[in-house]
Write a protein that binds this ligand. Structure first.
Ligand SMILES: Cc1cc2nc3c(=O)[nH]c(=O)nc-3n(C[C@H](O)[C@H](O)[C@H](O)COP(=O)(O)O)c2cc1C
Length: 209
């Protein structure tokens, strides 16, 4: 893989290696360490847009930052376009350069609430959310999966829609919702997605340690 600087909206990142958001792991200390080790960007774990609006204490804790962080990217989840925009405009997200929207979480609690990967099945709502968040003035990026089911891959089409709605970068997880964290990785769909958009596409690299 070729290391190169990356432009996202108004920002130029020193390289194209990102640390994926991981609930329970990518806190400010972990991210600061990853920046020291050379990461181009790190993302907070996903935080609830509703939690931000209602000033949930735990949500604010998850958004703590370290002064060593070079770029600040917060990931949020939710399914109401107005609440998502209000979250982007909140005090808690003011210090963050980029807001990443989670449209890939396969966990049933999130999916059955209409959030995370459920939005891949509601492309009009997903577009509305991205447009609404872009109205906050923040740079908006989106993370999603190859699709919901292995026999119906939709990342290329969905990515095009996200780009047209205003997203400045896409992260794609090559497994489907059905594949959770161990199913097949659909490299062909990732390639199709890359061809269908002009904005940068980051591929989640699956590491087994
Ligand atoms: C413990 C754990 C927490 C995660 N939390 C998030 C999260 O908050 N937001 C997100 O977009 N992805 C999250 N992910 C997904 C990872 O960012 C990444 O896409 C995925 O783990 C890589 O592939 P694999 O686990 O399917 O092999 C999480 C994954 C794990 C294992």
């Amino acid at each position: 893989m070729k290391l190169k600087s990356l432009d996202i909206g108004r920002l130029t990142l020193r390289n194209n290696i990102f640390v994926s958001p991981m609930a329970g792991y990518t806190d400010y200390a972990f991210r600061a360490l990853c920046y020291k080790l050379g990461a181009g960007a790190c993302v907070t774990e996903m935080v609830s847009a509703k939690g931000l609006i209602y000033k949930n204490e735990n949500t604010e804790f998850l958004l703590r930052r370290d002064k060593e962080e070079k770029v600040s990217i917060a990931q949020i989840f939710g399914c109401d376009p107005d609440i998502m925009r209000m979250a982007c405009e909140s005090e808690a997200l003011k210090p963050f350069d980029i807001i990443d929207i989670n449209m890939g979480c396969p966990v049933n609690k999130i999916y059955s609430n209409g959030e995370g990967s459920r939005l891949m099945e509601k492309p009009y709502l997903a577009e509305k959310i991205v447009k609404s968040c872009c109205n906050s003035g923040k740079t908006i990026t989106v993370k999603f999966r190859a699709g919901i089911r292995d026999n119906e891959l939709i990342a290329a089409d969905f990515g095009k829609r996200m780009e047209q709605a205003g997203a400045k970068l896409i992260t794609v997880h090559g497994r489907t919702k059905e594949g959770m964290y161990s199913g097949k990785v659909h490299y062909d769909e990732i390639a199709k997605l890359k061809k269908s958009v002009q904005i940068p596409v980051l591929q989640v690299v699956i590491l087994v340690v």
